[in-house]
Design a protein around this ligand. Structure first.
Ligand code: PAF
Length: 278
């Protein structure tokens, strides 16, 4: 596996790869890889001749007081795991922002609801760094997890709006045996919090089952979710919302192009989860 640490080196590799007629699959990450990330690498290996994984903890998507300083890091281990799943290049820049940087990518509406309420600058940082990474790596295809459902929708919007010409693929959420969606931030949970974190996927199961049984009213499904959360005293729900998958408008009646999204805090750790509703 080739390790590249500079933008210039990455550009050069990408140029020569394309000159040889090879396609590039790309998995952007912030490292501390789990099975969810590795499923993205596997998909990239199916989709393209070469697979680049980037490991970069992007400072602009963290607000002051968030977990930038303590974000877990395990680069060597990450590169080994990614290589096993088919990554051919690890792009690990020490910085992506030049002195005097002042240009951002702002997706006007999609950044506002859900996680955008408590993290108003987060998706500006994400859209900007992903655009920068696309400009450097120049991939044909980039793979993202559906666990960050809003992030995925925002990136698709950016690619469309800015004609980036990258095919975006969204992959299913990978879960622990008890249903908890895999996330690098699960490492922050204490034993007691970890035990209660199962509430998020339980709520999704409950709501999916209720819609299958014919319940369509969003407020009923939402109340059901909040009632279930009350059984978990360590858990503070932040939002439970049912929205249209394309427009992200709130819906009052569930239809077959909706998703339910959740965010909750367990101690100082903020977890998110979601499910498409059919
Ligand atoms: O999903 C993530 O890990 C990050 O938001 C991403 C897409 C790598 C941008 O920093």
């Amino acid at each position: 596996m080739k390790i590249i640490r500079t933008k210039e080196g990455m550009r050069e590799w990408s140029r020569s790869c394309r000159a040889q007629g090879k396609t590039i699959g790309f998995v952007p990450t912030m490292g501390y890889l789990h099975q969810g990330h590795l499923s993205l690498v596997e998909e990239a290996a199916r989709a393209a001749d070469e697979v680049v994984i980037s490991i970069y903890v992007n400072p602009t998507q963290f607000a002051p007081g968030e977990d930038l300083e303590v974000y877990p890091r395990s680069e060597e281990e990450d590169l080994r795991k990614a290589q096993e799943k088919g990554a051919t290049v690890g792009f690990c820049p020490s910085s992506l922002y030049s002195e005097g940087y002042q240009t951002n990518v702002i997706v006007e509406e999609l950044i506002k609801p859900l996680c955008g309420v408590s993290r108003p600058t987060h998706f500006i940082g994400v859209a900007t760094v992903v655009t920068k990474l696309f400009n450097i790596v120049r991939p044909d295809t980039a793979i993202f997890g559906k666990k960050d459902y809003q992030q995925l929708a925002i990136i698709k919007r950016v690619v469309e709006d800015l004609d980036q010409g990258v095919t975006i693929v969204g992959m299913p959420i990978v879960r622990e045996a008890d249903g908890l969606a895999m996330s690098s931030r699960n490492a922050y949970l204490t034993e007691a919090e970890r035990a209660q974190a199962v509430a998020l996927s339980q709520v999704l199961d409950l709501v999916r089952r209720a819609t299958k049984n014919g319940e369509r009213a969003s407020h009923v499904l939402r109340d059901m979710a909040l009632t279930h959360f009350k059984k978990f005293p360590l858990l503070q729900p932040e939002y439970v919302e049912i929205r249209d998958r394309e427009t992200f408008e709130l819906v009052t009646e569930v239809h077959d192009r909706c998703f339910i999204a959740l965010a909750a805090k367990l101690g100082t750790t903020r977890l998110i989860d979601n499910s498409e509703l059919d």
